[in-house]
Design a protein around this ligand. Structure first.
Ligand SMILES: Cc1ncc(COP(=O)(O)O)c(C=O)c1O
Length: 387
């Protein structure tokens, strides 16, 4: 038995990919997985030590507060102030999440009713879209096109759709295209949202994963009064804590309160010891994140150089864990991905896993150890020589 809302969901491609990879592994075939953005570098030891200590404290064996522990909300506020210069009210403008994915999925339930519309970038992190569908809303695609540097073109949005929309998902630095957005872009987005009376849900999961001089900005640096914006953050990439399941949302207090009300009816918070460890992560010096960015950049250079040699078009990203590359002529996203998997033993994500405007691209993730990335790049070179 299946509810319509489950039947209506698009496939979660990553679950399907895992099955394909597992079958290959069971047959003894080696596959290097460059498909998923799951940091290979372990969580720093000082964070793990704090979890061990906190796990022994009986206070953390009880239900945690729905709003998250005060200490964590204050650590988030301090981190945000230091990083973006924005003051947050730790009671009303911050809500810890069981990973940002959880909040990104639930926010649509808090903001839209069945039949309402949401504007969603395409391609996108799949949860933006599926959250809307689960809440009974309809999705209006905002195509991310190369000619616009993969930024949303607000002038192209049909006014009729904008009038119907209650919310809009944006994500810069962008997964999957790695595009970045500047202040002007966010200004336009905020003006648009104010004009059409809609809420911007900005997914800033990669705010700390950037290269060279570039530092991603927060939408709240532009929407200082938090009139129309909320922003999702994740500790998964910044502190290699993907398995710990902790993130947070900040911004407009009414919207945060709606999400909080929804969540009090669904979950009972994040384990206390994990929240305490997140405090330790956020209060750290930032050295760990700086170092992992150096490691990722080195890997990105390896990938970009190989793609150049293979005459596959791709730009070096300024942020995120991904290289967004064009598939060679004669292939589409799926056929190139399957060929690479079968003939070269490399798994990359087809652009179409993120939406139909991802057609013609693949996403290569650099969350594997250097030697495996090097091995994969050698396999790619060999494969491309034959094709
Ligand atoms: C753009 C984007 N948002 C959110 C997430 C989810 O992160 P979390 O681990 O915090 O749930 C991811 C994970 O890859 C992502 O790429």
């Amino acid at each position: 038995m299946k509810a319509k809302r489950i039947k209506n969901l698009p496939k979660y491609h990553f679950a399907e990919f895992n099955e394909i990879l597992k079958r290959k592994k069971d047959r003894g075939e080696e596959v290097i997985n460059l498909g998923i953005g799951d940091p290979d570098i372990p969580t720093p030891d000082y964070i793990i030590q704090s979890l061990i200590e906190e796990a022994q404290n009986p206070i953390n064996h009880k239900y945690p507060p729905y709003k998250g522990i005060k200490e964590l909300r204050e650590a988030i506020a301090n981190w945000f102030k230091n990083r973006f210069g924005i003051t947050l009210d730790s009671e009303k403008e911050i809500l810890p999440l069981i990973g940002s994915k959880e909040g990104l999925a639930h926010i649509s339930w808090a903001l839209i009713d069945p039949g309402d519309m949401a504007l969603v970038a395409n391609p996108c992190y799949p949860t933006h879209r599926t959250g809307v569908i689960l809440a009974g809303g309809s999705v209006y695609d905002l195509p991310l096109l190369e000619k616009n540097n993969f930024l949303v073109d607000f002038d192209e949005i049909q006014p009729e759709a904008a009038k119907k929309a209650k919310m809009m998902f944006l994500c810069y630095p962008n997964n999957p295209t790695s595009a970045i957005a500047n202040e002007d872009f966010f200004k336009k987005a905020i003006e648009f949202a104010k004009h059409y009376d809609l809420i911007i849900c900005h997914d800033n999961a990669y705010s700390e994963i950037s290269y060279g001089e570039y530092k991603p900005i927060s939408i709240l640096e532009i929407d200082k009064e938090k009139k129309v914006s909320i922003e999702f953050h994740s500790l998964s990439k910044s502190f290699s804590m993907a398995g710990w399941r902790i993130g947070f949302v900040v911004g407009n207090s009414d919207v945060i309160n709606s999400l909080y009300t929804l969540k009090t009816n669904i979950d009972s918070g994040i384990p206390g010891a994990i929240q305490k460890a997140a405090v330790v992560a956020l209060e750290g010096s930032g050295e760990f994140t700086k170092n992992v960015c150096k490691i990722y950049e080195n890997r990105i250079d390896m990938v970009i150089n190989t793609l150049k040699e293979c005459k596959i078009e791709a730009k070096k990203p300024k942020a995120t864990l991904y290289v967004w590359a064009k598939v060679p002529e004669g292939f589409n996203s799926d056929s190139f991905t399957m060929k690479l998997l079968d003939k070269a033993g490399i798994f990359v994500t087809p652009g179409t896993a993120f939406g139909r405007y991802g057609e013609g691209y693949i996403r290569i993730s650099v969350t594997q150890p250097d030697d495996l990335i090097e091995k994969a790049m050698n396999k790619l070179k060999k494969f491309m020589k034959k094709h």
